[in-house]
Design a protein around this ligand. Sequence first.
Ligand SMILES: Cc1cc2nc3c(=O)[nH]c(=O)nc-3n(C[C@H](O)[C@H](O)[C@H](O)COP(=O)(O)OP(=O)(O)OC[C@H]3O[C@@H](n4cnc5c(N)ncnc54)[C@H](O)[C@@H]3O)c2cc1C
Ligand SMILES: *[C@@H]1O[C@H](CO)[C@@H](O)[C@H](O)[C@H]1NC(C)=O
Ligand SMILES: *[C@@H]1O[C@H](CO)[C@@H](O)[C@H](O)[C@H]1NC(C)=O
Ligand SMILES: *[C@@H]1O[C@H](CO)[C@@H](O)[C@H](O)[C@H]1NC(C)=O
Ligand SMILES: *[C@@H]1O[C@H](CO)[C@@H](O)[C@H](O)[C@H]1NC(C)=O
Ligand SMILES: *[C@@H]1O[C@H](CO)[C@@H](O)[C@H](O)[C@H]1NC(C)=O
Ligand SMILES: *[C@@H]1O[C@H](CO)[C@@H](O)[C@H](O)[C@H]1NC(C)=O
Length: 520
Amino acid sequence: MRYAALLLLATSVYAFEIPFFVPDFLKNHVLPPSTPIVEVKDDPPPTVPRIAIVGAGAGGSSAAFWISKAKSRFGLDVEVDVYDRNNYIGGRSTVVHPYNDTTLPELELGASIFVRANKNLWRASEEFNLTRRDFTEENYVVGLWDGQDVRFTFEGGWWGTLKVLWRYGMTSPKRVQGIVAEMLKTYVGLYSKDTPKWNNITRLSEKYGWTELTASSTMEYLVRKNVSPRYISELVEAATRTNYGQNTDYIHALEGMCSLATDGAAGISGGNYRIFEQFLQRSDAFVHLNANVNSILPSTDSKNWTVATSKGTQDYAAVILAAPFHFTDITVPHSISEQISNHPYVHLHVTLLTTTSEYPNPAYFNLPSSSKPARMMLTTYEGVRHGGLEPEFNSLSYHGLVRPGEWAVKIFSKSRISDQLLDSIFNGQVQWVYRKEWDSYPKLPPMESYPPVKLGQGFYYVNSFEPFISTMETETLSSRNIVDLLLDDLFNASICGPQITELTNITTTDKNDYVYGWDC
Ligand SMILES: Cc1cc2nc3c(=O)[nH]c(=O)nc-3n(C[C@H](O)[C@H](O)[C@H](O)COP(=O)(O)OP(=O)(O)OC[C@H]3O[C@@H](n4cnc5c(N)ncnc54)[C@H](O)[C@@H]3O)c2cc1C
Ligand SMILES: *[C@@H]1O[C@H](CO)[C@@H](O)[C@H](O)[C@H]1NC(C)=O
Ligand SMILES: *[C@@H]1O[C@H](CO)[C@@H](O)[C@H](O)[C@H]1NC(C)=O
Ligand SMILES: *[C@@H]1O[C@H](CO)[C@@H](O)[C@H](O)[C@H]1NC(C)=O
Ligand SMILES: *[C@@H]1O[C@H](CO)[C@@H](O)[C@H](O)[C@H]1NC(C)=O
Ligand SMILES: *[C@@H]1O[C@H](CO)[C@@H](O)[C@H](O)[C@H]1NC(C)=O
Ligand SMILES: *[C@@H]1O[C@H](CO)[C@@H](O)[C@H](O)[C@H]1NC(C)=O
């Protein structure tokens, strides 16, 4: 891995309850409250098959976008309704502004980073003309805190690199870098012309040669590859704790390696949710916000799915569920629910704040009062394993100035960070505080099986992918696969044309930039 890349690891965190807004493009599509959908007249004609998408996050918004690609490519005639119970688009990707003041820079409350290898989000940011920002301005000194001591601090560049080599030697960092590179080389196959279509994630994992990675903890796997335990429990663990709130002796090695794949890290200026808003705007789907889906049951003639929502009831030829099932509280037939085990999620506390303290308080970190603690403090569980105290947070990172003399800070933790604790970390100089609890991502121990991709005839589950890999990008990959399965099942078609097997020629000038679904 590149050492400078480590500086980026702590920047992933999130949001909630942004002020209610309806983007202009939605205004025509949002039904007035209490208008039952069945009463919408003539629009569209009842003969057109409809598809319901539950969830307007990365998964649901991209599903609508993929369907629209098929509509525009070969005139597929379907109508799509997207439902989300939130009042905003983006789900676990959303922003807040300090003091709720939109003139101050936004802070990501949920997913903040994607990388160059994430070809769908990258491509979307280019096609939608969104500005990507990298995180170089946030290249603070990084510290590693074990709950009692700051074990290590380093900066990017030569000095940091030398210190890393001095502490861990050369072979461990090189070996880990090699494993990550190999994983990524396989991963990009998912964007190729001959990308597999999968209805079983275990088999996808087998096909990609990832079974050993998903069947082992990150620690077990890397020890087997002769990486030093110290490197794993310090530097690799800093990454898995920051990105997934889990330790290296718990999280499976595929997700562990994803935590380390930080080359070309970027975010969208204004908020990553803008990509998802664009997916929906360009899809021409009907978007229903503040619309809770209550049940999805077979229609009386059993030919369709009847979707009951807080805004009305409608029949659909197919349903795409793009939210973790057990958090949706949707009533479905037993034959559907029994297939999805109640996969536990990490319950993450995100604390956003501003402070006039340029550095954290050295006393909190048991450092001499003259020192300036790292402004990106990552953590290891290694202290606890040897009888020490547990760090009170997973990661703590400064995120630049919100205005002169006042810095934004993001903290991820397992439990609530009290006002008292904030005062002790920031010398009593805390200004604005915003707390949010998320069921952020699945707990990811070594896995043997995954939920089914297809839950029933015409019923598909995007978030089946999350216990395998949980990121914004992989949700767009899962939805792309599902839309292909759906189009094949219902219309003998695919995103790229009426025939699922034979794709047409590559259209981009640079074949290396070919991305399946965008280019056909
Ligand atoms: C703090 C945090 C940091 C993260 N950092 C990163 C990161 O840096 N990079 C990254 O790639 N990923 C990150 N992730 C993970 C990433 O956010 C998720 O993998 C991804 O956003 C999931 O998208 P989704 O569309 O599948 O689900 P969601 O975004 O959860 O969308 C599901 C939607 O369904 C809606 N819904 C649920 N039930 C119902 C119902 N009954 N009726 C109607 N609507 C319903 C919800 O309101 C929600 O909007 C992070 C997550 C968190 C929380
Ligand atoms: C933020 O401001 C908006 C618009 O001014 C308001 O509607 C909303 O309630 C505010 N949100 C919070 C959390 O104060
Ligand atoms: C219901 O299913 C039938 C048969 O598959 C299909 O023709 C029809 O379009 C579906 N209705 C809706 C509203 O999708
Ligand atoms: C893209 O955005 C830039 C800056 O906002 C603008 O100048 C340019 O015209 C936009 N291009 C397209 C194709 O929309
Ligand atoms: C997926 O495939 C694996 C291995 O072939 C099999 O054991 C499992 O039952 C399948 N899962 C589903 C949901 O079909
Ligand atoms: C599906 O489409 C292909 C190619 O257009 C065609 O050859 C085949 O007969 C179709 N199958 C069905 C069941 O319609
Ligand atoms: C597609 O590629 C093949 C082989 O390179 C070529 O013969 C054919 O003319 C191309 N078709 C189109 C429509 O460009």
